[in-house]
Write a protein that binds this ligand. Structure first.
Ligand code: 3PG
Length: 290
């Protein structure tokens, strides 16, 4: 990770296109964002496809993100979000702070958070005390391990699959995932990336993607070619903009950069990592570990 200096260090970063020194090649700038803190982030429960609002802290995070992007001079042409309220609400707050509420926004389920299957609603720390921290880390951060699937007996199954928003997806409701590894998130995200987002980037548009911890990690893995066994070490904090600078073939010209107060960002990353540390066993935990 490359840090940016505070103060004037981020000024002028926001131009959508910049000529690289000498050759005149174009560099595309893309901002990836994990939504601000949601209610279940705070309670340390897997939220995933359950629709949750931002907490007061999450609202502040999104507003701070807007301020950072505004100060850096970003002028967005297009915004992409998932169809979960926390990513949409975050984009509204960011654009409001930047006085760019008019910017066109498109939403797709393909940017949704990873589907955590039967883990949805469970407390990470309690789960770690039952199954071990390593197992929880694998469920959370590995590339190709799929958690146990959700089924009709799960208390949030009907809430998710009867939700009207899933009537408008480009796949039939029955085909929507019941659990996903990070790899499976990337598989459902890439068609949207290539067919919808990439053409807009190549037109020179300055784009914000307001998504989720794992849909953003999947995209980052793809763009930066992060090996399968190294993606386990990548964690994104809530509400922090991640700047990617890409060449004309959409290969990164430098590593991604977190924008904002670097000390606070590192503390926020640690906080998310620590969510998987074991706590005293709680009640109501039932998930088959395989
Ligand atoms: O789905 C969730 O609850 C989170 O937003 C992502 O959780 P994780 O940090 O455990 O992957």
């Amino acid at each position: 990770m490359v840090g940016l200096e505070r103060g004037g260090g981020e000024k002028g970063l926001g131009r959508a296109l910049a000529a690289s020194s000498g050759g005149g090649d174009m560099t595309f700038k893309l901002v990836l964002l994990r939504h601000g803190e949601g209610a279940w982030n705070k309670e340390n429960r897997f939220c995933s496809w359950v629709d949750q609002r931002l907490t007061p802290n999450g609202i502040k995070e999104a507003q701070t993100c807007g301020k950072v992007l505004k100060e850096a001079g970003f002028e967005f042409d297009l915004v992409f979000t998932s169809i979960l309220s926390r990513s949409i609400e975050t984009s509204w707050l960011v654009l409001q702070e930047m006085e760019q509420e008019w910017v066109q926004t498109e939403s797709s389920w393909r940017l949704n958070e990873r589907h955590y299957g039967a883990l949805i609603g469970l407390n990470r720390a309690e789960l770690a005390s039952i199954h071990g921290e390593e197992k929880v880390k694998l469920w959370r951060r590995s590339y190709d391990i799929t958690p146990p699937p959700i089924d009709e007996s799960h208390s949030h199954f009907h809430e998710i699959y009867n939700d009207r928003r899933y009537n408008y997806c480009d796949v039939a409701k029955e085909k929507l995932p019941k659990a996903e590894s990070l790899k499976e998130v990337l598989d459902r995200l890439l068609p949207y990336w290539y067919d919808v987002i990439v053409p807009e980037i190549k037109k020179g548009k300055c784009i914000l993607i307001s998504a989720h911890g794992n849909s953003a990690r999947a995209l980052l893995k793809h763009l930066e070619g992060i090996p399968d066994d190294e993606i386990v070490n990548v964690t994104l904090p809530t509400g922090v903009p991640v700047l990617l600078e890409l060449d004309e073939n959409l290969h990164p010209v430098r590593p991604h950069r977190f924008l904002g107060n670097q000390e606070a960002i590192q503390a926020a990353i640690k906080k998310v990592e620590d969510q998987g540390k074991a706590a005293a066993p709680g009640k109501n935990i039932s998930v088959s570990a395989n």
